[in-house]
Write a protein that binds this ligand. Structure first.
Ligand code: ADP
Ligand code: MG
Length: 323
């Protein structure tokens, strides 16, 4: 791989979890209803993602691995109306720059599929592949050609933990999706598709917690907050069950985390965190998701409006429970 590809990979692909995140986002963009993930050795030896999405046409298979090849944006204006998880067209190329990739895919209309491999920047010509409709990607020996990055990887357990967190976020963002995760052949997660968000959120709790999960809804409008908070008595110790999503995408935001925590002021034991699964919907042109290559941070055009919405909706809901 050339230098540019390696630099780009450095920004986006830090560890196995970064690969899993990019592959899952592609599967979701492809309309998958089921995604199966297999890892060996925390993902350092093998990451395999199989989906039942739309698949890739044989002619586009090599292109999918090429730098800045995206099928998701056609004009520069699209960048301000992003409705897909991916749009930069660099994830697969970056991954192929730092791992050995086999990409197999078949569209639902086609009688058979196609396979390409990329090893150290060298592509093998496409050949027929007889798998089920959808896409199957294997990434082996991550960072085999980037020793410094390999050196910075943590223990297998830690790397697996990062992958679990990515899977959790994606599962929360897409309640209908069925996701499985296997590690060294052992089942870690089997999260069936659920009819609604409550079933997904309830997976985090055991016992009678359902009654203590309060639904949020700020009501229809271009800017809307939905989701769930948990009653302060659902004490999870020091665990920070705070998840934020904007237009179906997980993001990190100190200001909104603060809004959530502040709404619970006086209700929690000191040092404990409010539990919230918050889903913000905003017109795509009012939020910039292209602030950072991993898209984990966003910029709202009207930040204080979103802050008040979160604060106000949660306060209101807690008052309704006489809290
Ligand atoms: P981006 O997601 O930003 O478009 P990627 O490098 O992640 O860029 O993927 C490149 C292209 O490969 C996508 O635009 C899409 O057309 C195709 N692709 C990748 N993964 C899948 C998949 N699982 N199913 C269908 N198409 C895919
Ligand atoms: Mg992508």
């Amino acid at each position: 791989p050339d230098v540019v590809t390696k630099i780009a990979a450095g920004e986006v692909i830090e560890r196995p979890a970064s690969v899993v995140k990019e592959l899952l986002e592609n599967s979701i963009d492809a309309g998958a209803t089921r995604i199966d993930i297999d890892l060996d050795a925390g993902g350092t030896e093998l990451i395999r993602v199989v989906d039942d999405g739309c698949g890739i046409e044989p002619d586009d298979l090599l292109l999918a691995l090429a730098q800045h090849a995206t099928s998701k944006l056609t004009t520069a204006d699209d960048l301000f109306q992003i409705g897909t998880m991916g749009f930069r067209g660099e994830a697969l190329a970056s991954i192929a720059g730092v791992g050995q990739v086999t990409l197999q895919s078949r569209t639902h209309a086609a009688a058979s599929g196609c396979e390409v491999r990329c090893d150290g920047g060298a592509f093998t010509p496409a050949k027929p592949w007889n798998g089920a409709p959808g896409t199957r990607i294997e990434v082996r020996h991550l960072f085999y050609n980037v020793p410094v990055r390999k050196k910075f990887l943590k223990s297998v357990a830690t790397e697996l933990g990062h992958v679990c967190e990515i899977v959790t976020r994606l599962a929360l963002a897409n309640p209908a999706l069925h996701i499985t995760l296997r590690h060294n052949g052992r089942l870690v997660y089997d999260i069936p598709g659920s009819a609604g968000l409550l079933d997904r959120v309830a997976l985090f709790f055991t016992g009678e917690v359902r009654d203590a999960l309060y639904e949020l809804d700020s009501g229809p409008g271009p800017l809307r907050l939905t989701g769930y908070i948990a009653d302060p008595k659902c004490d999870r110790g020091n665990a920070k069950l705070q998840y934020l999503f904007v237009n179906g995408r997980w993001f990190r935001d100190r200001s909104l985390a603060h809004a959530l925590q502040e709404s619970f002021r006086g209700l929690l034991m000191s040092g404990r965190y409010a539990i919230g699964f918050l889903y913000v919907t905003v017109p795509p042109d009012k939020v910039d998701v292209n602030v950072h290559p991993t898209k984990s941070e966003v910029r709202f055009q009207e930040n204080s409006l979103v802050y008040s919405l979160v604060r106000g909706t949660i306060k209101h809901r807690l008052l309704k429970e006489n809290l």
